[in-house]
Design a protein around this ligand. Structure first.
Ligand code: ATP
Length: 320
């Protein structure tokens, strides 16, 4: 099946074993593989799709553990580089009682930030149907230049570009720098997915209002999606817009819900790129993506809770 290449950071989240406990008070931490672009690649592979990941980790136990995990998950790992000196990135993440998260990063610099343009497996990108990325790889050099070069190669080869900014404010020098950095590649994408919180951050407006969302529209886009947590998502194209309801599940950890959603949606696009022009097909893909996002919240961690196709179809059937 057509390949989706996901580009960016792969790291380890350390999450307190008890929800609602601060980092300082936490006694034990659960080691949870993550990094949104790596999660997206795993989500696609779990659904039976053809996914590759491009990024850099440390030549250390954590880096090899992560690369092995991708391999075991069925993700093509030919594009993974190992830095001889820098460590695999770590993030300490608190899960607050309301399910929201707070991040503390160890990046000084971490290996993911040191990916160089010369290390890119451009052949992998040029063969892909979709090239997917976030914004964390835009924060510092040399990774930023590698990211830009990868996007350019993808675009020249006619590959669809998919962008999920995944705003992580503590990683940027300032909120303004984050806004500018995230917007600097905005008009390049064919498909952008943002959460309602990200709409608020980027526009300073009410994310529930369609005209606020549409202020983020660019005429190069084929589709803009806003995810609304348990409520599901909204879609915006040149011709139509609408809402697709989410699923009620027993949520324990929302980490990676957006990535499960994006992976499921991109897998649908890889199979049928005309999805963007047909509202019924688009809605069907978003129903499936919502189901995948919902299931991913029912267990701790981003990757262990990723659903397969049958699990998602069951949730859709049960809810009817
Ligand atoms: P992430 O936590 O990975 O950054 P996000 O903020 O990008 O996620 P969300 O809007 O939280 O994205 O979630 C993505 C999708 O997952 C939603 O559109 C919805 O379909 C599903 N989802 C998220 N949270 C829940 C929940 N508590 N219950 C049911 N479905 C959910």
């Amino acid at each position: 099946s057509p390949m989706i290449v996901s580009f960016g950071e792969m790291l380890i989240d350390f999450v307190p074993d008890v929800a609602g406990v601060s980092l300082a008070e936490s006694y034990a931490f659960i080691k949870a593989p993550g990094g949104a672009p790596a999660n997206v690649a795993c989500a696609i592979a779990k659904l039976g799709g053809n996914a590759a990941f491009i990024g850099k980790v440390g030549d250390d136990e954590f880096g090899h553990m992560l690369a092995n995990l991708l391999n075991k998950s069925g993700v093509n790992s030919d594009g993974i580089c190992f830095d001889k000196d820098a460590r695999t990135a770590l993030a300490f993440v608190t899960l607050k009682a309301d399910g929201q998260r707070e991040f503390m990063f160890y990046r000084s610099p971490s290996a993911d930030m040191l990916l160089k343009e010369s290390e890119l497996k451009l052949d992998l990108i040029k063969q892909a149907k979709i090239f997917h990325y976030g914004s964390i790889s835009l924060i510092s050099e040399p990774c930023k230049s590698a990211h830009m070069a990868a996007m350019k190669a993808a675009k020249q080869a006619g590959v669809l570009l998919s962008y999920d900014p995944n705003v992580r404010l503590p990683l940027w020098p300032s909120p303004e720098a984050a806004r500018d950095g995230i917007k600097s590649i905005w008009d390049q994408a064919d498909f952008v997915k943002v959460s309602d919180d990200e709409v608020e951050f980027l526009t300073k407006g009410d994310p529930k209002k369609d005209d606020v969302v549409m202020s983020l529209w660019n005429d190069n886009f084929k589709l803009l999606i806003v995810t609304d947590g348990p409520e599901g998502c909204r879609y915006f194209t040149k011709k139509f817009k609408g809402k697709v309801n989410g699923y009620k599940v027993k949520t324990v950890d929302t980490t990676g819900a957006g990535d499960a959603f994006v992976g499921a949606f991109l897998q649908a696009v890889a199979k049928d790129p005309n999805l963007f022009n047909d509202e019924n097909k688009l809605k069907e893909a978003l129903v499936f993506a919502n189901a995948c996002g919902a299931i991913s919240t029912t267990q701790k961690g981003a990757i262990p809770s990723l659903p397969d196709k049958a699990q998602a179809e069951n949730l859709i059937k049960e809810a009817k």
